[in-house]
Design a protein around this ligand. Structure first.
Ligand SMILES: Cc1cc2nc3c(=O)[nH]c(=O)nc-3n(C[C@H](O)[C@H](O)[C@H](O)COP(=O)(O)O)c2cc1C
Length: 172
């Protein structure tokens, strides 16, 4: 499948940025374009049918500041018909009661805008107490949770598996 994929991310201390770059490297520039939301108007995502969003959680369950700055802009977009998946950065040991909450907030906002969200990920293999980024049955995260503070060695493999599970990102 040949598709144009827009990757949009916000990042305060570069962890999400590094993951976004890894995802971009795996997909290749012929398929994907990388956008830091601090530099690119979020309305640009309307140009893509397929989207990947990267969001870390900050300050005890809060949005990363670049996402917070454009939250109302996102809420005003018509994204019906788009297909998207979210990857999140968080720290399950340092912030176990708010693990990946921002990914959950973005998931619910995008769902309300008519976006089809794919890329759920099993909640096994993580140690946390609470998260707002779980599916209703609690079995899955609503996107790919990554923890480069505590599980950096798992990140690359998780990204590869997640991308290959996404129809719009797989090679065939
Ligand atoms: C002050 C502070 C607060 C944080 N709060 C949370 C949190 O509530 N939940 C979570 O999962 N991670 C939390 N984290 C971890 C960050 O999400 C993690 O460091 C992430 O990799 C940062 O990504 P970025 O560099 O792309 O901004 C926090 C980190 C710091 C330093």
């Amino acid at each position: 499948m040949s598709t144009a994929i827009g990757i949009f991310y916000g990042s305060s201390t570069c962890y999400t940025e590094m993951v976004a770059e890894q995802i971009f490297a795996q997909l290749g520039p012929e398929r994907a374009t990388l956008h830091n939301i601090a530099d690119t108007p979020i309305s640009k995502c309307k140009e893509y049918d397929y989207l990947l969003f990267g969001i870390p959680t900050w300050d005890y369950g809060e949005l990363q500041e670049d996402w917070e700055n454009i939250w109302d802009d996102v809420a005003g977009l018509d994204l019906s018909g788009k297909t998207a998946a979210i990857f999140g950065l968080g720290d399950q040991i340092g912030y176990p009661d708010w693990y990946q909450d921002a990914m959950g907030y973005l998931y619910h906002l995008l769902s309300s805008l008519g976006v089809t969200l794919v890329g759920h990920w099993p909640n096994q293999g993580y140690e946390y107490a609470e998260s707002k980024a779980l599916t209703e049955d609690g079995e899955y995260f609503v996107g790919l949770p990554l923890d480069d503070e505590n599980q950096a060695d798992l990140t690359e493999d998780r990204i590869t598996k997640w991308l290959s599970s996404l129809a719009f990102c797989s090679d065939s």
